[in-house]
Design a protein around this ligand. Sequence first.
Ligand SMILES: [Zn+2]
Length: 426
Amino acid sequence: MKQNRLFRWVAVLLVMVLSCAAAGAQDLPRYKKIVKQLSSAKYQGRGYARDGVRRAGKYIARQFEKAGADEVTLQPFTLDINTFNGDMEMWADGRKLVAGIDFSMREYSPGVHGEFPVYHVDTLNFDEEKLFADLAKPENANCLVCCEFWFTYKHRAAFSKLQKKDGSTNAGLLYEWTSPIKFYKAYGEKVVDKPIVWVTPEAIAGVRSVKLNVDNEFLKGYATENVIARVNGRRHDGCYVFTAHYDHLGNLGRKVYYPGANDNASGTAAIILLAKYYAEHQPEYDMYFIAFSGEDANLRGSTWYAEHPVVPLDQIRYLFNLDMIGDDNPVQYCEVSDAGMEKYPLFEQVNRDEGLFRALNRGDLAANSDHYPFATRGVPCIFLENQEGSAFPYYHTPEDNKKTVRFDSYEPVFRLVTGFIERDCR
Ligand SMILES: [Zn+2]
């Protein structure tokens, strides 16, 4: 009897130990739960028109508190932002197109209502003079000029004239973009004179007439916030900073929203669990965890923070920016600031020693995420983004959701940054 009871206790203990080991410091089940929560309909793509970003910020602050952070604060700032929160309809020769799949709006486009002839640009025999002569013809009055995007980019001096009210009599632009249509950036900081619509070549090929019913709303001085958590270290004469943006593209009309599971619920959930890890294992230095707003609207939250830091930027021993780590490429992409290069070999060493990624693939520093405002201010930092995996093609589409996001790169990223700090503090 006694032996039986002892055996039972040992068995219970064993199960507990094993399940703890399975959960690991990275706590994958909780990670998945937070990613799914942030990409759910409740937050409407963490954009501005429906206050999804505000609800998400509150949720993240609560998560940091639950994680055991010593202090959680909100850093408010405002932004001007163009949104599409009303009608979003388009017909091509009478055929109804699907918003977010067949077409979307350029972020700084005005709304547009009406029916317009389509003028297809002859890209094989392009001649700027002929284009403007054609557009002056009565049959082309008030037309939408349709052209493959990269061609318009190559000839942007000519095409930018078509965006101005006084430049031409055309009604606006249709940019052809190969499927999947990507709603680049969150929304504009301005609204241009004439509408610009992204459309797939399949949806617009040979089309003679387009009807549009699209509403926009320009929000001036929208109040949003960065969420800042701190876990106290043993010493306060330096700190490490983890950053991830939690905003995303919001919605495109009434029906479509962009869940942004990979971009960037994946990085946000990671810094919440890193905060939990350091709250449970007191670090040598103070740790800051900053969830930025306004990234997909041109790095606005991180730029605001870099201009108004809560601790001086020169105190940062290293900054880790996690953006889109919800993927499964065994090779990890990164960018490193000039000031961060001295310690870059330590990342490669940790990666090798711990057998995390097959390799780190370092690209050129670019203004593509929140590390950039820090990199240009001399902060040692690394940007980690898992590119070219199976979730990557859904980037900035409504399909970046809880079904397409991948959880493979989370654990190695977690171990890479914690392993780096551990050795950097030795
Ligand atoms: Zn992002």
